[in-house]
Design a protein around this ligand. Structure first.
Ligand SMILES: Cc1cc2nc3c(=O)[nH]c(=O)nc-3n(C[C@H](O)[C@H](O)[C@H](O)COP(=O)(O)O)c2cc1C
Length: 185
C-alpha cells in the first residue's frame, strides 16, 4: 500500500496508544499533578524511570527543585480525571481540591501518591537533560506501591481486574480489555 512520506515533520501520534499516567510532585509546600504520556523504564536493575516534561509546564521547576516525582498509573474508569489534570495548569488552579483528588503520603518522597492509582513509582531524580521543548528527568525508583488484585502472578496487569488508561492523542482514549498470548519461543 502507498505511504505518505513527509520530511518536513511535525508532531505525530503514530507511537500511540500509550499509557497516560498522572505525575505528582511537591516542592517547598507546593503540590501539583500533571498528565503524562511520554514516560518509560530506562533501566530494570536498578529500576530507573524517565519522564518528559514540557519546559513551560508548572511541574517542571517543582521536579527540578525537589528532585522527586511520583508516576501514578490510573485505571480507565478515571480517564476523565486523567484528561482534566492534563487540561489545566497548577499555575492557575489547585488540581487536588478542584477535582477532589485523594492522596496518601509517599513512603520515600514528599510528593503524594494518588489513592485511585493501581500502581505508583516513587522516584528520586538521578539525571536530567533538555531535548527541544521538553526536559527528560530520569528517576531512581525508591519505592513502588500497587494494588495486589490488579496484577497476575507473573507481574503483568490483569485486564479482568483493571483497564489501563491508554491515550490515542488529542482527547481520545482506548479501553483495551483483551489479553493475547504470543510465546517468544
Ligand atoms: C493525555 C495527555 C498526555 C500528556 N502528556 C504529556 C507529556 O508527556 N509531557 C508533558 O510535558 N505534557 C503532557 N501533557 C500536557 C500536560 O499534562 C499539561 O500541559 C498540563 O496542563 C501541565 O500541567 P502543569 O502546568 O500543572 O504542570 C499531556 C496531556 C494529556 C491530556
Amino acid at each position: 500500500l502507498a505511504k505518505i512520506v513527509q520530511t518536513d515533520v511535525e508532531s505525530y501520534y503514530f507511537g500511540y496508544p500509550v499509557n497516560a499516567a498522572i505525575l505528582t510532585c511537591s516542592s517547598q509546600g507546593v503540590v501539583n499533578a500533571m498528565t503524562l504520556a511520554w514516560h518509560t523504564t530506562f533501566s530494570s536493575v536498578p529500576l530507573q524511570y524517565g519522564v518528559l516534561i514540557s519546559r513551560t509546564n508548572f511541574t517542571n521547576p517543582l521536579i527540578a527543585e525537589s528532585s522527586e516525582f511520583v508516576i501514578n498509573f490510573m485505571p480507565a474508569k478515571h480517564a476523565d480525571l486523567v484528561a482534566k489534570v492534563g487540561g489545566c495548569s497548577g499555575n492557575d488552579v489547585d488540581k487536588f481540591s478542584t477535582f477532589g483528588i485523594q492522596t496518601t503520603p509517599g513512603s520515600t518522597v514528599g510528593a503524594p501518591v494518588l489513592s485511585a492509582a493501581y500502581a505508583s513509582y516513587e522516584c528520586k531524580v538521578v539525571d536530567r537533560k533538555i531535548y527541544g521543548d521538553h526536559e527528560l528527568f530520569v528517576g531512581q525508583v525508591a519505592a513502588v506501591q500497587w494494588e495486589e488484585s490488579a496484577f497476575s502472578e507473573d507481574g503483568t496487569i490483569d485486564l479482568e481486574q483493571v483497564l489501563p488508561t491508554l491515550t490515542l492523542g488529542e482527547d481520545l482514549y482506548a479501553h483495551v480489555s483483551k489479553t493475547v498470548h504470543h510465546p517468544r519461543r
